[in-house]
Design a protein around this ligand. Structure first.
Ligand code: BGC
Length: 746
């Protein structure tokens, strides 16, 4: 491949090279027929194939060819199932191959910073570990079929408001530990053919023109060898983009930027070597696309069956009082809500799939039990409709259980804009209240891509969070409601009680074209933990129709160095009476740290299936990254020597198993002492304690007789004072100070 690329490169004219740097049109790369370089086609993504055969657009307006619509990102992540993600990836790959698509534009790995982001439904999680694992396995599955992935939108693209010009201002440690981390493992370990850079600016520079992001971090540090494609229209300054390592501008620009590239090379403002690097990567993508093309067809029905299975693993049972679910075949059920009949199963914008089939819950429930239906509300309006409401109340009165299908209408969530609040439409809230007054057995099934407030929660017995379940979401909801499948999804995001509880509330979506991520590392559960704040539903949470017991945590070593790994074994048993799957979650907590750290962080998870009475040992391996934080001084991950707690259980707030391990750092970070080091800093130096003691004694002498500070408060007072201040309080002169600093740094 390398030789072939060099050969083509040496034969290309400057104009041809420039032409390869952007698309032929909306979806295809530029060919060079003279040299036998063909054109390959890319298409959205992420949870299905959106191949537009006719008019092209990026908003999902013009129809695309039918393809399987899987649950959107939010749902996929709630499965917490790596194997299932590979299955989805493989199915997407088969469909893309069938349609001769070289690259599918997904997955979306941006962190859910605020519940309001209009594209949250496409993204996976508030937690970078979970997000990156889900992304990794989606990519592995997809690329196993010879179709490239495009992990997007790199980086820190966490809102739609001003998405094309907002400057996202994030400190380095937060970027590394949260926003980059969501991409890093997926990129390092699954090697996506392409990375799509985001629209926004990151710390002052457009992502598309960002050398630090696209070359220093992505390629130099993470060893990425694939291609960077711009989000559609994200390129601001093509010449800067080329210098930064932004390879393929999409869509095509009608030759405008080609001329600029030629001119820049000719006038010396762009080095042709930089251009060659970009062109080589475009050629490599095209050749890879062609080489991997397989003659393929797929069975739409089989993929539809898979979509149903996937959807049933993605939905999360949030409440189930008095075991009202699963429903009995013979129970008389009133189904209320137009969403039972006309499901909302995906979000708006570029990810909009034209499904091969569409299952609604009502039809499926009719096959499983005794069901009657009422519409309940008008989905196109927020205002209550008295007639529809009265009909629903009448139905609820003479049925044993009422299942209400509620959620967010299309207009509430889409690419291109953010939500303004977390509420459901008023008419749906009112309907739930009205029905719960006449019937005590209310079950709510939700269709939404992101958390909502639930002021009615105490008045209902069960809530099934269906998310946007894809084309078979309706059927999957019926499977779960009637217990054909046991719920096993867990929240990949926290549901706050109200919007203002969310950590980004004070700084979302920003002002004056800038958004400051001032909550830093404290995104999602990291924040609720730190504030000891109870959310509506915590991260990692979800009920099952059976119960699991956690016992016997073991570690294979009690002490390791940061170059070793520790194994953690736990036993999980199904103590209920149904087959079920449990997501075992492992969090790590540093007991004491000299830097600010979240209370705990997710570092591993596994989904296990158990029949009643069965128990399994689940084994995890933790190495350096599980214990490390990003140290901005040394520009690397660092573990401080110390004790760590390993917490295992079924959600971020239910972690019954605890073990300890001591990790010893193999890196000694040399501390540099200056006149502005505090006595507290100095006390940590091997000879420091004695020095500090001497200074304090001296201070005591000088302050003898003072009534303000007694001996112990004087010691506390000294800790935060600098050496420089000792010339004032400690009777030290300039020369003594300089000598002391030399001695400490020696
Ligand atoms: C979106 C991308 C998408 C592209 C092509 C952009 O507006 O942000 O996610 O892949 O359009 O449709």
């Amino acid at each position: 491949m390398k030789e072939k690329i060099s050969k083509i490169l040496s034969q290309l004219t400057l104009e041809e090279k420039a032409s390869l740097c952007s698309g032929l049109d909306f979806w295809r790369t530029q060919p060079v027929e003279r040299l036998g370089v063909p054109s390959v086609m890319v298409s959205d993504g992420p949870h299905g194939l959106r191949k537009q055969a006719g008019v092209s657009d990026q908003l999902g307006v013009s129809p695309s060819i039918p393809a399987t619509c899987f649950p959107t990102g939010t749902g996929l992540a709630s499965s917490w199932d790596r194997g299932l993600m590979e299955e989805v990836g493989r199915a997407l790959g088969e469909e893309a191959q069938t349609e001769r698509i070289a690259v599918l534009l997904g997955p979306g790995a941006n962190i859910k910073r605020s519940p309001l982001c209009g594209r949250n439904f496409e993204y996976f999680s508030e937690d970078p570990f979970l997000s990156s694992q889900i992304a990794k396995h989606y990519i592995l599955g997809l690329q196993s079929q010879g179709v490239g992935a495009s992990i997007k939108h790199f980086a820190a693209n966490n809102q739609e408001y001003k998405r094309m010009n907002v400057d996202t201002l994030v400190d380095e440690r937060t970027l590394r530990e949260i926003y980059f981390a969501s991409f890093e493992t997926a990129i390092r370990e699954a090697k996506p053919w392409t990375v799509m850079c985001a629209y926004n600016k990151l710390n002052g520079t457009y992502c598309a023109d960002n050398y630090r992001l696209l070359t220093e971090v992505l390629r130099d540090e993470w060893g990425y060898e694939g291609l960077v494609v711009s989000d559609w229209g994200a390129e601001d300054d093509r010449i800067e983009g080329i210098k930064a390592g932004m390879d393929l501008e999409m869509p095509g620009n009608g030759g405008r930027n080609d001329r600029k590239i030629v001119e820049a090379v000719n006038n010396g403002s762009l080095d042709e070597k930089d251009l060659d690097k970009v062109v080589a990567r475009v050629l490599e993508l095209v050749l890879k696309g062609v080489e991997n093309t397989k003659q393929m067809t797929y069975d739409q029905t089989e993929h539809d069956v898979l979509a149903r299975k996937v959807a049933s693993e993605c939905m999360v049972l949030l409440k189930n009082d008095h075991k009202i679910l699963p429903l009995n075949k013979s129970t008389k059920v009133a189904v209320v809500g137009i969403l039972a009949k006309n499901p909302r199963y995906q979000g708006g914008g570029s990810s909009h799939i034209n499904p091969t089939f569409l299952h609604n819950a009502l039809e499926e429930m009719e096959k499983m039990g005794e069901v009657r239906y009422a519409q309940g509300y008008d989905i196109h309006s927020d205002e209550p409709d008295e007639v529809l409401e009265a009909e629903a109340v009448k139905l609820a009165l003479d049925h044993e259980v009422v299942v209400i299908f509620a959620g967010l209408p299309d207009r509430y969530e889409s690419e291109g804009y953010d939500r303004k609040h977390m509420q459901m439409p008023n008419n749906q809230v009112r309907l739930i209240e009205a029905l719960s007054k006449v019937n005590k057995n209310i079950v709510v099934v939700l269709s939404n891509g992101s958390p909502i407030e639930m002021p009615w929660l105490n008045n209902v017995k069960a809530v099934l969070e269906g998310y946007l379940g894809g084309q078979a979401g309706g059927a999957a909801a019926a499977d779960l409601l009637y217990g054909k499948v046991n719920p096993s999804g867990k929240l990949a995001e926290t549901f706050p009680i109200k919007l203002k509880d969310n950590p980004s509330a004070l700084n979302f979506p920003g002002k004056e074209d800038k958004v400051y991520y001032q909550e830093g590392l404290f995104v999602g559960y990291r924040y609720y933990d730190a504030k000891e704040m109870k959310p509506l539903f915590p991260f990692g949470f979800g009920f099952s129709y059976t119960h699991f017991e956690y016992t016997g945590i073991k570690v294979d070593k009690e002490e390791i160095t940061d170059t070793e790994a520790v194994k953690v074994m736990v036993t999980v048993k199904n103590i209920g009476d149904r087959v079920g799957k449990e997501v075992v979650q492992l969090y790590v907590r540093e007991v004491e740290s000299s830097v600010m750290r979240p209370e705990k962080e997710l570092k591993e998870f596994a989904k296990v299936e158990l029949v009643p009475g069965e128990e399994k040992e689940v084994c995890f391996s933790l190495s350096k990254r599980a214990f490390a934080y990003y140290n901005v001084e040394i520009k690397d991950w660092h573990v401080e020597t110390g004790d760590f707690e390993i917490l295992v259980g079924s959600s971020a707030v239910d972690l019954p198993l605890r073990a300890s391990v001591k990790v010893n750092s193999t890196l000694k970070i040399k501390k540099v002492y200056t006149r502005n080091s505090t006595l507290g800093d100095i006390a940590e130096h091997p000879a420091g304690a004695a020095i500090v003691q001497q200074i304090v004694e001296k201070m005591k002498e000088l302050l003898a007789g003072s009534s303000v500070l007694d001996s112990s408060s004087l010691e506390e007072f000294a800790v935060s004072n600098t050496l420089r201040a000792m010339m004032m309080f400690g009777g030290m002169d300039e020369e003594a100070l300089e000598n002391l600093i030399k001695q400490l740094n020696a």
